[in-house]
Design a protein around this ligand. Structure first.
Ligand SMILES: [Zn+2]
Ligand SMILES: [Zn+2]
Length: 386
């Protein structure tokens, strides 16, 4: 296969893409070459493009993006070649062969740091490398992101075979759907008295971009009561309603006081049992805390990149509220297979086929990026062969 050239959109610095050609590599033993089919634009990609390049700052020392990079970590493709002659299986133990359609897990954990050894998720790994995000395209084999015709998968990665009945334009949502394990964790917490998230609990999702949209779906799947979606875009709110939201609040047309009053009215004056913050706006965290009932639970998933700081009242927002805050820095690997299978079920009753609103070719990533930030888009994807 070598000798061919591979086209990849390369982000050389924030705000600046170049279409570059790279050699097509043969995969080394234990490595896999994926022929890309579709790759999503994630909120993280937007933040990196805008210059928010600090990530994984939980230990006080954020890591910086090693430009140039090939973005794209929501990846669906088919196996072009598997290096070496040892059998290769997916995350769930299914044998893989060339031609199989897979989602590529975006993260490679080191397996040997304190957090890996104690079974923390990838985003706590001290040495995590993420396809499409923090692996430089400078060194061969270069192809470490999905906005490319081929993706090079290194040892320690995980692939998950896509069920035959799941279209690639829905499989491309698997990574963000897997981030909704935040609500599975909340379910576990609810085994303690008075803790959310229980059957029929009121759930507010702030920000129904693609991630928030997946949280709406997941909340519905897990038995939420009233689901309230908050966003700046009527277009997105309309789709959130189709996916399971009962009440929608446009934050451009309402004040914070209006929104708080609406939520209290829906909950006999108490406030929401669960708030999921997916707006990726620091200030939304404070508003989310305001919306909670006493002892409520905030899932914070939106500020994956460092977007700044806010002021809160430790008395009112934390102590006197008995609040529970669950920081969710990403997905868990075991959530990929279940997310795909559950989306395949959900799409029978819900218009999941409308989730991808726009498709752009490899020469149009700049336009794709702009569209992904527009109020009239939901999930925007790159088709590297278009
Ligand atoms: Zn992402
Ligand atoms: Zn590690």
């Amino acid at each position: 296969m070598s000798g061919h050239r591979v086209l990849a959109a390369t982000l050389v610095e924030p705000g600046h893409y170049e279409l570059r050609e790279y050699p097509l590599p043969d995969p080394a033993p234990g490595c896999v070459l994926i022929k890309m089919e579709v790759s999503g634009i994630c909120g993280t990609d937007k933040h990196t493009y805008q210059g928010y390049t600090g990530q994984y700052g939980g230990n006080g020392t954020p890591r910086q993006i090693p430009f140039p990079i090939i973005q794209g970590h929501e990846n669906v493709g088919t196996i072009a070649a598997i290096g070496g002659d040892r059998p290769y299986t997916d995350f769930e133990g299914v044998a893989l062969k060339p031609g199989d359609r897979v989602v590529v897990g975006p993260n490679v954990s080191c397996g040997t740091c304190y957090y890996c050894r104690h079974d923390f998720p990838y985003y706590c790994c001290e040495n995590t490398v993420d396809y499409g995000n923090n692996i430089s395209a400078k060194e061969p084999p270069h192809l470490f992101g999905g906005w490319s015709q081929y993706l090079y998968v290194v040892p320690g990665s995980f692939l998950v075979r896509v069920p035959d009945d799941l279209p690639s334009d829905i499989a491309v949502l698997t990574e963000i759907m897997a981030v909704t394990v935040g609500l599975d964790r909340a379910k576990q917490i609810s085994s303690f008295p008075n803790e959310s998230f229980r059957f029929d609990d009121t759930v507010v999702v702030i920000g129904v971009g693609p991630l928030g949209m997946c949280f709406v779906m997941k909340a519905r799947m897990l038995g939420a009561g009233t689901i309230i979606a908050v966003d700046l875009s009527d277009y997105r709110l309309g789709f959130a309603r189709k996916l399971g939201a009962d009440v929608i609040l446009n934050a451009r047309k309402t004040s914070e006081t209006d929104r708080l009053a609406a939520i209290r009215e829906l909950t006999n004056g108490r406030g929401a049992d669960v708030v999921v913050e997916c707006a990726g706006v620091p200030e939304a965290v404070r508003e989310g805390l305001e919306m909670l009932r006493l002892g409520g639970l905030l899932v914070e998933a939106g500020n994956f990149s460092d977007l700044g700081e806010i002021r809160i009242s430790p008395h009112r927002h934390l102590c006197a509220k008995n609040v529970h805050i669950l920081g969710v820095g990403g997905e868990e690997r075991a959530a990929y297979g279940p997310s795909m299978r559950q989306m395949a079920r959900y799409m029978r009753q819900n218009p999941l086929n409308e989730f991808v609103t726009d498709r752009f070719g490899i020469r149009e990533v700049e336009a794709a990026m702009k569209k992904s930030m527009a109020a009239d888009s939901i999930k925007v994807v790159i088709d590297p062969w278009a």
